[in-house]
Design a protein around this ligand. Structure first.
Ligand code: GRF
Length: 184
């Protein structure tokens, strides 16, 4: 598959996918990286000579996706809401740092997720990769992984532990999808 990875932040999930491609963990190719701003994660695009686009314009983004023959959009820390036009024209997946539907939806992104999980004294948290539909964090779940966070002493520690599992999970989903091992 030809992938487009959408980011808004540090891009560690993007980096994990770039490394997975380099190591031939999957056959898919990252063809373009899209961000709504000059995100830190774009450094990984530059360092690996991957095309990237900084844009908030739907038509400009769709044109770039077409020009790169993209089959699958991977949201990895992308904060803007995805337009109905993109949803109608592309298969899109998102990685969310909790066991959806818990700690998902409006306001639950990045550290806000882990702050709430830690404040509620959860013993386990996890990662969810799901298809994107018109509702926030609501599409069919492709893969979920749990992890024990009972030892974590802060929300930051939860975030660190969950991020490690995210990096593993996202590449596993790409491999599953390209092998057609997903019923969706
Ligand atoms: C990750 O926690 C991801 O689950 C969430 O945003 C964060 C992105 O981190 N959607 P990074 O930019 O991949 O480091």
């Amino acid at each position: 598959m030809n992938l487009a990875v959408f980011i808004s932040g540090t891009g560690t999930n993007l980096k994990a996918l770039i490394d997975a491609e380099k190591n031939k963990y999957f056959n898919s190719k990252i063809k373009i990286i899209v961000s709504n701003k000059n995100a830190k994660g774009l450094d990984f695009a530059k360092a690996n000579n991957i095309d990237y686009l900084i844009s908030k314009d739907d038509d400009e983004i769709i044109l770039a996706l077409k020009n790169h023959d993209v089959d699958l959009i991977v949201l990895a820390g992308y904060l803007p809401k995805i337009s109905p036009k993109l949803i109608a024209n592309y298969k899109i997946i998102n990685i969310h740092p909790s066991l959806l539907p818990k700690y998902g939806g409006k306001g639950f992104y990045g550290m806000h997720v882990h702050d709430a999980v830690f404040a509620n004294k959860e013993k386990i948290s996890g990662v969810t990769v799901h298809y994107v539909n018109e509702n926030l964090d609501d599409g069919d779940i492709i893969l979920q992984k749990q992890l024990d966070i009972s030892f974590c002493k802060s929300a930051e520690e939860v975030s660190k532990e969950v991020l490690k599992v995210e990096h593993e999970t996202l590449k596993e989903v790409i491999k599953k999808l390209e092998e057609g091992r997903c019923e969706h």
